[in-house]
Write a protein that binds this ligand. Structure first.
Ligand code: FES
Length: 491
C-alpha cells in the first residue's frame, strides 16, 4: 500500500470514479448578452435537475457553469441514492415534531423516485443497482441511537427497521436497515438530464463565471466574465451560495471527507453502509457490465481547512479498508466536500432579495443525490407558481429565527459586557458598548482558528493560542494574526 508518509497519496488515479469514466460533451462560453426567464448558476445536480424541469414547464432557461458541468461537488459524490442519511430522523422529530420529520422523509423519497423514474422512462443505463442501506453501530453504547433512529424513520413511513444482521466482515452492534435503496453512476444520469434540457431549448454555457447578481427589483442582472444576462428568476445552485443577501454563510459549516474506489478479491458487501462512529466510514459497491466491480470507501471527515494531515487521511482510509478486505488495488481516490446547516435541513427556497425572485439551495449535508434532486423539484415549483408541500420546511427563512435568538441574547447583555454567543455552528464574539450598541464579530481567531476570549479589563478579544488580540470590532491590535475578525451582520 502507499502507507508510507509520502508527500502525496499516490495509489490510484487522483480523480473521482465518475469523472474518470465519462466522456463529457463540452459547451461553449456565453457569447452574447441574453435575456431569459430563469438563469441558473451552477452545473451540478441542483442546477441540472431544475434546468430540465423548468424547460419541461416551458421556461426559457440558461444554466451558467464557471468551469465544466459536473466537476464540482456533484462530480465528487459517492452517489448513494437513499433516504437513509446517517442519524437524522430521530433528531428531526425532536426539532420539528413528527410532521417535520415526515416532510423530510417524503421529500427525499420523492426525489429518489424521481431519479429512478427518469432512468426508466428515458431508458438510461446509469449502472443502477438496488440494495438495502445499513447505518450501523460499532458498539453497544451506540445501539440505542440506532434503535431510536429505526423507530423514527419507520414512523415517517420509510422502509426502516432495526437488524442485528449486518453483512460486513467485522462485528457490529446492529443497524437501522432501509430496504430497497440504490446506487448508480450519477454522471451518466446527469449528462442525460443536461442533454434533455438542451433538447427542450435550455441553454448551457461553461467557462462562464457569474461575478455578481444584481437584483433590480423588476428583474435580475448577472454580471459574468463573458457579459450580462438578464433574468426574471435566478437560482443560485453553487453548493455554497455566491450571492447571499440572507447571510446564510453565518449558518453553514463546510466539511470534507475522502473516498477510495478499490478492487478487492472476493465479494463486495451487498449494501450501502454508513457507520455512526465519530469519523464515519461508508461503503458501497459499483458494478458496470458483468465483469468488473469496485468498492467505494468513504471516511476521514474534517471541517474544511481544519486538517494538516490530508495525505495521511487517504492513507488511513486505505489502511482501514485493507484491515477488513483483500484489496487488490486502489483504482481512484478523491475528496468530497459539502456544507451543513445547524438543524440538519438544507436551505432551499426564496432569498430575501428585492425582487423575491432569487432562489438558493445549499447545506445538502453530503446527501446531495436526493436533497439536490428535491431542491431542483422544489425550486421549479416555486418559480412556476405550483404549490409545494415541502416549501416552508426547507425555506431559508427559518434562519430569521436564529437572528431572533441573537437579538434576545444581546438584549440581555449589560453595557460593557462581552460574551460568546453560539448560533448554530457559528461562534460569535459579542460586545455591548456603554451606549448600548452591539458589536458582533466571528469568535474564530484569524491566525490559526482558536477561539477568542473576552478581556473585560482591556475590552478586547484575546486569543490564548498565540496571543493575537482584537478590538471589539474585530480589528487587529496585536500580531500574529494578520487579518481582522469577520464581522457578523445581525440584520
Ligand atoms: Fe489565535 Fe494563533 S490562533 S493567535
Amino acid at each position: 500500500m502507499g502507507g508510507e508518509m509520502t508527500a502525496q497519496y499516490q495509489d490510484g488515479a487522483h480523480t473521482s470514479l465518475w469523472l474518470a469514466t465519462t466522456t463529457r460533451p463540452s459547451y461553449a462560453e456565453l457569447q452574447d448578452r441574453l435575456t431569459v426567464d430563469v438563469a441558473i448558476i451552477g452545473g451540478g445536480i441542483v442546477g441540472l435537475t431544475a434546468a430540465s424541469l423548468l424547460c419541461q414547464a416551458g421556461k426559457r432557461v440558461l444554466l451558467l457553469e464557471a468551469r465544466r458541468l459536473l466537476t464540482g461537488v456533484t462530480g465528487h459524490t459517492t452517489a448513494k441514492l437513499t433516504t437513509s442519511h446517517g442519524l437524522i430522523y430521530a433528531s428531526l422529530r425532536e426539532q420539528f415534531g413528527d410532521d417535520g420529520a415526515r416532510t423530510y422523509a417524503v421529500a427525499n423519497q420523492a426525489a429518489m423516485q424521481h431519479v429512478l423514474d427518469y432512468l426508466e422512462r428515458h431508458d438510461i443505463d446509469a449502472d443502477m443497482q438496488r440494495f438495502p442501506s445499513y447505518t450501523y453501530a460499532l458498539d453497544d453504547e451506540q445501539r440505542p441511537q440506532i434503535e431510536e433512529e429505526a423507530r423514527a424513520a419507520a414512523a415517517c413511513g420509510l422502509p426502516a427497521s432495526f437488524s442485528e444482521e449486518v453483512p460486513l466482515p467485522f462485528p457490529t452492534a446492529g443497524a437501522v436497515v432501509f430496504q430497497d435503496q440504490a446506487v448508480y453512476h450519477p454522471l451518466k444520469y446527469l449528462q442525460a438530464v443536461a442533454e434533455q434540457a438542451s433538447v427542450l431549448g435550455g441553454q448551457i454555457v461553461e467557462h462562464t463565471r457569474v461575478l455578481q447578481v444584481i437584483d433590480e427589483g423588476s428583474h435580475c442582472l448577472l454580471a459574468t466574465d463573458h457579459g450580462l444576462v438578464q433574468a426574471a428568476d435566478v437560482i443560485v445552485a453553487t453548493n455554497y451560495p455566491i450571492y447571499d443577501p440572507d447571510f446564510l454563510y453565518t449558518q453553514l459549516a463546510t466539511h470534507m471527507s475522502y473516498a477510495l474506489a478499490v478492487r478487492v478479491d472476493g465479494d463486495i458487501p451487498p449494501g450501502l453502509f454508513y457507520s455512526v462512529e465519530e469519523g464515519f466510514h461508508s461503503l458501497r459497491p459499483y458494478r458496470w457490465g458483468q465483469q468488473d466491480a469496485l468498492m467505494l470507501v468513504g471516511g476521514e471527515p474534517h471541517k474544511t481547512g481544519h486538517a494538516d494531515d490530508t495525505v495521511q487521511r487517504y492513507q488511513r482510509l486505505e489502511a482501514w479498508t485493507r484491515q477488513y478486505f483483500p484489496v487488490r488495488e486502489v483504482a481512484y481516490h478523491w475528496a468530497t466536500h459539502d456544507s451543513d446547516t445547524p438543524d440538519g435541513v438544507p436551505y432551499i427556497g426564496r432569498m430575501t432579495s428585492p425582487s423575491g425572485r432569487v432562489y438558493v439551495a445549499t447545506g445538502l449535508k453530503g446527501w446531495g443525490m436526493t436533497q439536490g434532486t428535491l431542491a431542483g423539484m422544489l425550486l421549479t415549483d416555486l418559480i412556476t407558481g405550483k404549490e409545494n408541500p415541502w416549501a416552508s420546511f426547507y425555506s431559508p427563512a427559518r434562519v430569521e429565527k436564529q437572528r431572533a435568538q441573537f437579538r434576545e441574547e444581546t438584549e440581555k447583555m449589560a453595557p460593557g459586557e462581552g460574551k460568546i454567543i453560539e448560533l448554530g455552528h457559528t461562534k460569535l464574539a459579542v460586545y455591548r458598548d456603554d451606549d448600548g450598541r452591539v458589536h458582533a464579530v466571528s469568535a474564530v481567531c484569524k491566525h490559526r482558528g482558536c477561539p477568542v476570549h473576552w478581556n473585560a479589563a482591556e475590552r478586547t478579544w484575546d486569543c490564548h493560542c498565540h496571543g493575537s488580540r482584537y478590538d471589539v470590532d474585530g480589528h487587529i491590535i496585536h500580531a500574529p494574526a494578520s487579518a481582522d475578525l469577520e464581522p457578523y451582520r445581525a440584520r
